[in-house]
Design a protein around this ligand. Structure first.
Ligand SMILES: NC(=O)C1=CN([C@@H]2O[C@H](COP(=O)(O)OP(=O)(O)OC[C@H]3O[C@@H](n4cnc5c(N)ncnc54)[C@H](OP(=O)(O)O)[C@@H]3O)[C@@H](O)[C@H]2O)C=CC1
Ligand SMILES: O=C(CO)COP(=O)(O)O
Length: 314
């Protein structure tokens, strides 16, 4: 029998609750969770009865295993407020981003706020709508504690949600964060009408950038080539289900985009750009996405400046 709590009742937290209800009871906490049995962020999905919905954080955090399904830029302030309730637990982050102020991924934010917690990340190619519909999905569960990793892998897998295990937490979380930046770039390429060949180039050179930064920060290159990196990059650069891709498409077309939509790659591009400067790494695509997302460059200038950099070896 599962005893899992999910903090964050957005599309992904809700989808995971639906999937994990197959294993037992699940508590889903949200600060504003009065929408009944259908979450407007995940339309068309009726939540099964095994899911307890609550806005009471004290009762929700009684579980030993807690999934943090909050956006990356919201996590630090959430931890500042609530770390004392979370310390000592098994905390699994699903956030795909790099904190703009601290320039670190979620696992370090959590470990610093909750020094006695066991920290893990759950990441990989998985649209909330697909998971909620019970479509087959494979993810990476990364945790530095091998015994906890084995246990969490078993606890969070279902017959249609297959978790692979890794002890490379840095690699897994950076893959998930960095692919969002490249998905925006791929969306720009398609939105601007630059074509599928240009998109393939952005995906491949973007993957090179992801690997350069992540390995510099301690990740293993093979993790980047796995589900959490290349797998999720492939998904989000090729599907209009991705909010990051759609945001890029809107930029490419010069159209407005709903500012209330979670687009992790926009802030993360700024964080990556800052990390590139700090670590003296060449991150031209991320730097360009950061500029575009802030309205600091036109798409035409961006494309020209990427294409006319000094020629180099691949
Ligand atoms: N959607 C997807 O397909 C996938 C998403 N992810 C990742 O999961 C994370 C969450 O994304 P997703 O669920 O889609 O985002 P959504 O935009 O659907 O929802 C975000 C949720 O976070 C809540 N929230 C934001 N700030 C706070 C806060 N300070 N305290 C409490 N709750 C807060 C919002 O609450 P409120 O409604 O009250 O504002 C909302 O319920 C992201 O990092 C995303 O990259 C990973 C895989 C797939
Ligand atoms: O991370 C995701 C799929 O794996 C979801 O991508 P978006 O946040 O771009 O919608």
């Amino acid at each position: 029998m599962n005893d899992v709590t999910i903090l964050g009742s957005g599309a992904f937290g809700t989808a995971l609750a639906v999937a994990l209800a197959a294993n037992g009871s699940v508590t889903l906490w949200g600060r504003d969770i009065d929408w009944g049995r259908e979450n407007p962020r995940l339309p068309g999905v009726t939540l099964p009865d095994q899911i307890v919905l609550t806005n009471d954080l004290a009762s929700a955090t009684k579980a030993d295993t807690i999934l943090l399904a909050l956006p990356a830029q919201a996590l630090r302030s959430f931890l500042d407020q609530h770390a004392r309730r979370l310390d000592g637990k098994r905390l699994v982050s699903t956030a795909k981003g790099i904190d703009l102020q601290r320039l670190t991924g979620p696992s370090i934010l959590i470990a610093e706020a909750c020094p006695n917690a066991t920290v893990a990340v759950l990441t990989g190619p998985s649209f909330a709508a697909d998971i909620a519909r019970g479509l087959p999905t494979a993810l990476t569960l990364a945790c530095g504690d091998d015994a906890a990793a084995v246990d969490l892998q078993k606890m969070l897998s279902t017959p249609v949600l297959r978790l692979y295990r890794s002890n490379d937490v840095t690699g897994a979380e950076l893959g998930g964060a960095l692919k969002n930046v490249i998905a925006i770039a791929a969306g720009v390429v398609i939105g601007a009408g630059f074509g599928d060949s240009a998109r393939a180039a952005i995906i491949t050179r973007g993957f090179a950038e992801m690997t350069r930064l992540a390995t510099h920060m301690g990740a293993r290159a093979e993790t980047l080539a796995g589900l959490s990196g290349l797998g999720d990059l492939t998904l989000t650069c090729t599907s209009a289900q991705s909010r990051n891709f759609r945001f890029g498409q809107a930029l490419g077309k010069g159209e407005e985009f709903d500012p209330s939509t979670t687009v992790e790659g926009a802030a993360t591009a700024r964080a990556v750009s800052a990390l590139g400067v700090k670590l003296d790494l060449d991150m031209p695509i991320a730097a360009m996405v950061a500029k575009l997302a802030q309205g600091g460059a036109s798409v035409k200038t961006a494309a020209e400046s990427l294409m006319t950099r000094p020629l180099k070896e691949e």
